[in-house]
Design a protein around this ligand. Structure first.
Ligand code: NAD
Length: 312
């Protein structure tokens, strides 16, 4: 499994990262024993980057991941988040950041995390994130509870705005670089590269849409996007190819994202996705896919405070 350096940190992480949000039943009920087997298999396959949050399944995902990592934690790079604790439960205050991390460490059965992200910062005020949240996270870093700090969220422009105002070690952006969208590259990718900030590309399957089974009912993408992707799935089937393999392959080829973070909770998904790391798709099918998806390319939605969705 190829590893890449995360920005200027000393973390070397696998280009296929393990997203544990499905452990919180975000995409339907996960089988807890199978989820644990998936983590063990992933480690055997040399995946060394695992990402979670107290928000996923309202602490369930962290609890399950902590159980799975018992005895294996020190061989991997573990990332969790702070500031988001429910659909509408946000608290980016210094007090809650500290308390939230302590609770996460208990659930994860460890005394430090490699990365701590302020989760979905576009739901907060930029003043608080810059003046209170990130300084509180840096204090935790000084105390050795956190190795590096970062910000995560949806609108790339807001992530840039925050990182221009206060240094961060890593940025996690989701649903902005995959077969359906590429606007992470408009400004965020060159910005992160220039500053030596580690860039993590999350949701390469556009939160489950770019798969045979399609995405969850709560998915914010409009019907036109889903319909176009169904046509792509049919095309892939007709060519003997698999949509998720091609979607992942496309993201692994991004030269500047240190890792592509995929949500998984089953051994079958781990096997399939590890294989996708090495299998390049025939370029002809990418051209055909592009022709079908171009009318719905770069359709995005508002996340968090409307004013935090403006371009950088
Ligand atoms: P994703 O695009 O990775 O899709 C996940 C869905 O695809 C799940 O239902 C999973 O079971 C399914 N899947 C995975 N491999 C498959 C395969 N081979 N065939 C068919 N289906 C497959 O979306 P995601 O999980 O939202 O994103 C990945 C990870 O990135 C998350 O788990 C989380 O760790 C992180 N993330 C963070 C943020 C944030 O910080 N704001 C936001 C989104 C994602």
């Amino acid at each position: 499994m190829t590893r890449r350096k995360l920005g200027t940190t000393d973390l070397e992480i696998s280009i296929l990262g393990f997203g544990a949000s499905p452990f919180g039943n975000v995409f339907g009920d996960a089988d807890p024993a199978e989820a644990i087997r998936a983590v063990h298999q992933a480690i055997d396959e040399e995946i060394n980057f695992f990402d979670v949050s107290p928000y996923y399944g309202l602490t369930l995902a962290e609890t399950r991941l902590g159980e799975a990592l018992e005895g294996r934690r020190h061989n991997i790079c573990l990332s969790t988040k702070c500031g988001r604790y429910g659909d509408r439960d946000f608290d980016f205050s210094a007090h809650r950041i500290r308390q939230g991390l302590e609770e996460s460490l208990t659930r994860l059965r460890t005394d430090y995390v490699d990365l701590l992200f302020a989760h979905d910062v576009e739901f907060g005020s930029p003043e608080q994130i810059v003046e209170e949240t990130l300084p509180a996270m840096r204090k935790l870093q000084e105390e050795g509870k956190v190795r590096y700090v970062g910000i995560s969220g949806y609108p790339p422009g807001f992530l840039i705005r925050i990182a221009q105002a206060i240094p961060v070690d890593a940025i996690l952006n989701y649903c902005h670089y995959n077969l359906l969208v590429n606007d992470m590259d408009h400004q965020l990718t060159p910005f992160a590269k220039e500053r030596g900030i580690g860039l993590i590309n999350a949701s390469p399957l556009h939160m489950g849409i770019l798969t045979e089974q399609g995405g969850p009912a709560w998915h914010p993408a409009p019907g036109g996007v889903r319909n176009a992707v169904r046509r792509v799935a049919e095309l892939c089937r007709a060519r003997g190819a698999n949509l998720s393999d091609i979607a992942l392959r496309f993201c692994f080829d991004h030269p500047d994202a240190a890792t592509t973070l995929v949500g998984m909770s089953a051994t079958q998904e781990v096997s399939r996705n590890v294989t996708a790391v090495d299998g390049g798709p025939p370029p002809e099918i990418l051209k055909e896919i592009d022709a079908i998806l171009s009318p719905v390319h770069n359709i995005i939605w508002i996340s968090g405070r409307p004013e935090n969705n403006l371009p950088a």
